[in-house]
Structures are given as structure tokens and as C-alpha cells.
Design a protein around this ligand. Structure first.
Ligand code: KG4
Ligand code: ZN
Length: 341
């Protein structure tokens, strides 16, 4: 059986076709993505109304493209899926209503998928050896959380950010260093050209269970302001600062993961989300002794439709079906999810 999945929660329009069966087999047949990053870079951040308009014009083209790549047509589809939340409401509605339209016209069942559940289960797409339970660090531009992943729909929140996400901490620091939005990857690239740094940033988040990047962000902005002239005069100073910033953010993330391992006794750790592309973060998580480490391929770390297809395939076989009255949910913590069976 085939399903078509759509992701439009933020600034990437993504579509995937997957094959699945009720024995648990799952494979991505075709997938495509259109990033809006260049459009939003003009404004220094995602402009929700522009993002929604882009999804609206991209979706029909991407759906046609992915069906062509998969060499199937609408008649071959058994199920549809769209991200229902969390995310930008206007953006979510474009994907949801697109899927509702096809479902109505073709009399097909559909599933409204939680985007973070997609990220949390994405490690299964590229790692068939992964099994429950495991700890998942979801780190993106919008989310920073650690969950105990017990099974489909069964998540225990261990830590979540009370303010910025790790990706925002990277992006805002990158902005202060003069990089265009989003900037996190560019800051990381510069940081990796240095091997040490004379700059010191505080070790944060030692006492609370939750993540919080506000203190670190203040320390970073003060450090950059204090060294403004040296940064413009000497590229090695900028690289040293980038090194210290990356090290501080990564250290805080890895510290919390180690606490979660100690608290739960779980020795399998996965990382997903755009910040999982960070080389230092991956290396430091992989180096934690006595654990198995899992990370999706780069294209399944960032926002993508394959992860939405994966969740939909697992949920449709539990007899879950969406209703036409189901609408977008801007905030939707995954620990409130369940399964229909
Ligand atoms: O998951 P994602 O593609 O989109 C959402 O936020 O939903 O994550 C994007 C975030 C941005 O903040 C971006 O700067 C950050 O991931 N990012 C990185 C790296 N690559 C992307 N942050 C640090 N190091 C990287 N190599
Ligand atoms: Zn995401």
C-alpha cells in the first residue's frame, strides 16, 4: 500500500510517498522538499503569511513531482497524511486542507500527524536496528526537548526549553556575529575552523530539569559586544568566539542528555531536528560511553515529509482515522498523545 504525506508546519514544503503494510514494513519511495530559507532571509526570520503563501503555490507542484518520481498516481494511494501541529497555524492549514481535499475527492482515510512525534520517530527511517525505548533529543529552530520514547504515541517528557530553542541560540549568536539568517550552520562552520578558544562562557542549566538559553544568550551578546572591534580586525578572533559559542550550546545539550541517561537508565540515545546536523553535537553524543547512538540522515533530521509518512503508516494500522473537523493545533506537546488502539 502507498501513502502520501505532506509537511508544511514552518518554512519547508515537503512531500513524500511511502509504501507500508500492516506487518510493519515501511519504505520511502520518493520525497521532495522546497525550502523557503532565501525568502525569509530577506526579513531575518520566518514571516508566517509569506510562508503560508509559498506552501499554497508549492504544494500542487511538489505533489505532482513526487507522484511522478514514485511512478504512481492518486488511484494507487491508500492513505494520506499532513502535519497537524505544532507549528504556524496558517502554514499547517495549507497542508491539512490540501490533504482533506484529496481525501474527500478520492474517498481516502487520512491522518493528522504531530510534527514532534515525526522528529522523535525519524531515527527509525534510517536505522532499522533501533528499538524502543530510547531517549530522543529533538533540537531545531523551534524546539529543544528530550523525551523518553516508549512506543508509538507514548512519550515521557524529560526536559523542554522554557525560552529559546537551541537553533535560535545558534541563529541569534550568528546574527550578532554578522551572519545572515538563519546563520546556525555558518557559525558552526566557522567554529570548526578553530581548535580552541581563549573566550569563556558560563556552564549553564546545571540545576533545573528544563533547558533555558536566555542566560547563555545574554553572556554571548555581552562577550560579542565587548570584542566588537577585535572581531572586525582579526578573523581568528571571530572564529574563536564562534568556537566558544558552539562549545557552550553543545555542552549544555550534552549535559542534559547525560542527566537523562542517569535518571532513566536508558542506554539508547537519538538526536533529531536541524541542530542535529551540528558535527560537534553528534560527535559528543556519540562519544558518551556505554550508549548506542542513533541519528537520522541529514535530510531526515531537518523538517521533512518522510517522518510524517512514517508516523502516519504506524498510526493508520492501529485503525486511527482523522475527521474533517480536525484542524491545525499550534501547540501540541507529544506527551499528551496516545494511540487509538
Ligand atoms: O529542523 P529545522 O530544519 O527547522 C526547524 O526549526 O523546524 O532546524 C533549523 C535550525 C536552525 O536554527 C539552523 O540554524 C539550525 O537548525 N542548524 C544548525 C546547523 N544546521 C542547521 N545549528 C547548528 N549547527 C548546524 N550545523
Ligand atoms: Zn521540525
Amino acid at each position: 500500500m502507498y501513502l502520501l504525506a505532506i509537511e508544511t508546519s514552518c518554512d519547508e514544503t515537503a512531500v513524500a510517498v511511502a509504501s507500508y503494510d500492516d506487518q510493519g514494513h515501511f519504505a520511502i519511495v520518493a520525497e521532495t522538499i522546497s525550502s523557503q530559507v532565501d525568502l525569509h532571509a530577506l526579513y531575518g526570520g520566518v514571516v508566517p503569511e509569506l510562508a503560508a503563501r509559498e506552501h499554497l503555490s508549492n504544494l500542487p507542484i511538489l505533489v505532482e513531482q513526487v507522484l511522478l518520481q514514485a511512478k504512481i498516481d492518486f488511484d494507487k494511494l491508500s492513505c494520506l497524511a499532513a502535519t497537524r501541529g505544532p507549528g504556524l497555524k496558517g502554514c499547517l492549514l495549507i497542508g491539512l486542507d490540501f490533504v482533506k481535499g484529496i481525501a474527500l475527492a478520492r474517498d481516502l482515510p487520512w491522518i493528522g500527524v504531530n510534527h514532534i512525534e515525526g522528529h522523535a520517530l525519524a531515527p527509525f527511517i534510517d536505522n532499522p536496528n533501533l528499538s524502543y525505548p530510547y531517549l530522543c533529543l529533538v533540537v531545531s529552530g523551534g524546539h529543544t526537548e528530550i523525551h523518553k520514547v516508549i512506543g508509538l504515541g507514548k512519550y515521557e517528557l524529560i526536559a523542554r526549553t522554557t525560552d529559546d530553542a537551541a537553533g535560535e541560540a545558534f541563529d541569534k549568536s550568528a546574527h550578532l556575529l554578522g551572519f545572515p539568517y538563519p546563520g546556525g550552520a555558518q557559525l558552526a562552520k566557522l567554529a570548526d575552523t578553530a581548535t580552541s578558544s581563549s573566550f569563556n562562557l558560563p556552564k549553564v542549566m546545571r540545576h533545573d530539569q528544563a533547558f533555558s538559553f536566555s542566560g547563555l544568550k545574554t553572556a554571548i551578546s555581552l562577550l560579542i559586544a565587548k570584542n566588537k572591534e577585535r572581531i572586525s580586525a582579526d578573523p581568528a578572533i571571530k572564529a574563536g568566539l564562534a568556537f566558544a559559542i558552539q562549545a557552550a550550546i553543545v555542552e549544555a545539550l550534552v549535559f542534559k542528555v547525560k542527566v537523562a541517561i542517569e535518571q532513566t537508565g536508558i542506554k539508547k540515545v537519538a538526536v533529531t531536528g536541524g541542530v542535529a546536523a551540528n558535527r560537534k553535537l553528534r560527535a559528543e553524543l556519540a562519544a558518551i560511553s556505554g550508549i548506542e547512538f542513533f541519528c537520522p540522515s541529514a535530510q531526515h533530521c531537518t523538517d521533512n515529509a518522510a517522518m510524517i509518512a512514517y508516523v502516519a503508516a504506524k498510526r493508520i494500522i492501529t485503525s486511527e482515522r482523522a475527521n474533517f473537523t480536525d484542524t491545525a493545533i499550534a501547540r501540541w506537546p507529544i506527551e499528551t498523545l496516545g494511540v487509538s488502539k
